[in-house]
Design a protein around this ligand. Sequence first.
Ligand code: SF4
Length: 194
Amino acid sequence: MIHQYKLNGYNIVLDVYSGSVHVVDDVAYDIIGMYEGHTKEEITKAILEKYADNPEVTAEEIADILEGVEELKKTGKLFTEDLYADIAANFKMKNNDIKALCLHVAHTCNLTCDYCFASQGKYQGERALMSFEVGKQALDFLIANSGNRKNLEVDFFGGEPLMDWDVVKQLVNYARSVEKQHNKNFRFTLTTNG
Ligand code: SF4
């Protein structure tokens, strides 16, 4: 997965799973944006059309950039795989106690910062808010999988978690109502732009 954005005249490409950051020119930026899901021929055609007024953008130049992208991919600096997907999926099967949750209650934000790592809170998806029922299941999961740990931590995150403030309050109330019977002590934090 990659995340691309433009800031202060820079074209920045973040390769999410390797953590690599690339600063590229306009043509490379567009090519990288099309790289997945398009053939080389489609990319070449589209780029030549887009930069028809720029004589420096030729098929050879595009081929060179595509070669560079492939090299970066081969060396694990671009379009790298998510090595943790299977581990995350199997997490419940393992006998590891957990002590904390980052609860993504707001898949949206009230601000639109240019530099936002989260695509203005929506992570390139649909804007949405977590329901109380989903959050409650997450808290129940934390309790059920925390073993003998007494202190459990929950961070309300987004986007902007205050956009789901009513649900945040309901979840805190729910946690307080069940923590004693499970011999737990919840600690809450909230990551906000406020
Ligand atoms: S406040 Fe945070 S989440 Fe919202 S747009 Fe800005 S950087 Fe993104």
